[in-house]
Structures are given as C-alpha cells and as structure tokens.
Design a protein around this ligand. Structure first.
Ligand SMILES: C[S@@+](CC[C@H](N)C(=O)[O-])C[C@H]1O[C@@H](n2cnc3c(N)ncnc32)[C@H](O)[C@@H]1O
Length: 202
C-alpha cells in the first residue's frame, strides 16, 4: 500500500514522512524507491524494529531519519519541507500498541483520540509543502455494538486543519467479524469490511 501511494504522489529524492511509523513499512518502500524519509513513533520498540528493517542495501542513496516521538509534536521538522505524508495511525484503542506509554494514542477512547488527531493534523499541515499530499489510512470501529465512523471523524480533523480532500480510497479489509452473515445473504453488503485511505492536499 505505501508503495502504491509513494509512486502515485511523490518523486525520486522527495522527502516522505510517516509519523506513525510502526515497523517502518513506509520507510522501507521509500528507500527502495529512492525517496528520503522521516519516521516517527511513540514506541521505542517500533524505533528499533524499524532500524533493523531498514538495514539493507538496495542501490539507492536515500537518507532515512528515525525518531522516537509523538505525531502531535514534530518540532524537529521545519515548516513546509515534506513532499508527501503517508501514514497509518491506530484506530483509537481497537489495537493497543503499548501498555502504558505516555502519548500513545492507541490507549485512548474515541473522543480523546480525536482531540489528539486534531493536533496530528495541524502538525502534518505545518510540515508539508504547499500543494503536496497527505495520505492517511483509517477504519471505522464498533463500540458497545454500535458503529463509530472513526474514518470520517478523523477526516474532519484534517479538513479542520486546512487540508482539502483529493481522494477517498476504499481498501478491502479481510477477516471482519460481521461480514460472513451478509456474504451469504447479499454479496453487495460489505458492512465494516473496508478501511479508508484519505488523500488530502495542502
Ligand atoms: C497502525 S500502527 C502503524 C503500522 C505501520 N504502518 C507499519 O507498517 O508497521 C500505529 C503506530 O502508531 C504508533 N503511535 C501511537 N501513538 C503515537 C503517537 N502519539 N505518535 C507517534 N506514533 C504513535 C504506535 O506505536 C504504532 O506503532
């Protein structure tokens, strides 16, 4: 997925940011595709996993910077210097990526999570060059049996920060709990069997 997005929305030698780096997939693809990249994650374990995953030679001269920190505060990145943002935040606390790391937004309930996403979007807007793209993958969630449209609520945070919507890409998600029943009844009903990739422009 990052590979497709990088090819579509950036050029060789561009600077790419993933401020929810995880195991570093975006950075690996950036390196393979001769882009420079900055990766940020709140979890020191992600930082060491990404460092390991990036120890390969592939004939490109990419510069890769990895940092332990929060997507809500990218003070170490200058204004207007990133060419493309390609990122995949947690979906509120559906999967918790740590037990108690301060600032880990995967530990937060929906409303607190969205408050942080407003800050994430403001920082993303600040560091991106004018006219450039920011791709954010996000899914909806269920809470107490009800659907919470976290995808669109997150999208609103980015629009509020000043971005405009260029694309809403639907990505199929496999092995979703409630999908089987409908598959047998009606193949056109997918329920929560998708994630969104919002492509915003500054
Ligand atoms: C969905 S995962 C990213 C997966 C990634 N695309 C990959 O290829 O592995 C979300 C990541 O966000 C990180 N995270 C949670 N809160 C954060 C914050 N405030 N700032 C930066 N990273 C954060 C988690 O530690 C986790 O690694």
């Amino acid at each position: 997925m990052p590979r497709n997005l990088i090819l579509r929305y950036s050029n060789p030698e561009d600077w790419i940011l993933d401020q929810f780096m995880g195991s570093g997939t975006t950075l690996v693809e950036a390196k393979l595709l001769n882009r420079n990249a900055v990766g940020v994650d709140i979890n020191p374990q992600s930082v060491s996993i990404s460092e390991t995953n990036l120890q390969f030679l592939c004939g490109t001269n990419s510069k890769i910077f990895i940092r332990n920190g929060s997507a809500t505060d990218l003070h170490f990145i200058r204004d207007n210097c990133i060419d493309f943002i390609c990122t995949h935040p947690p979906y509120s606390n559906i999967i918790k990526y740590s037990k108690e790391i301060d600032g880990d937004i995967s530990l937060l309930e929906v409303n607190e999570f969205l408050e942080k996403m407003v800050k994430v979007a403001v920082e993303a807007y600040r560091v991106l060059k004018k006219g450039k793209m920011c791709a954010v993958m996000m899914g909806d969630v269920r809470k107490c049996g009800n659907v919470v449209p976290l995808g669109f609520r997150t999208m609103e945070c980015f629009l509020q920060a000043g971005f405009v919507n260029k694309e809403i890409i639907i990505k199929e998600q496999h092995n979703c709990r409630s999908t089987d029943y409908w598959k047998k009844q009606n193949n056109n009903f997918l329920l929560l069997a998708h994630e969104y990739i919002f492509v915003f422009q500054k």
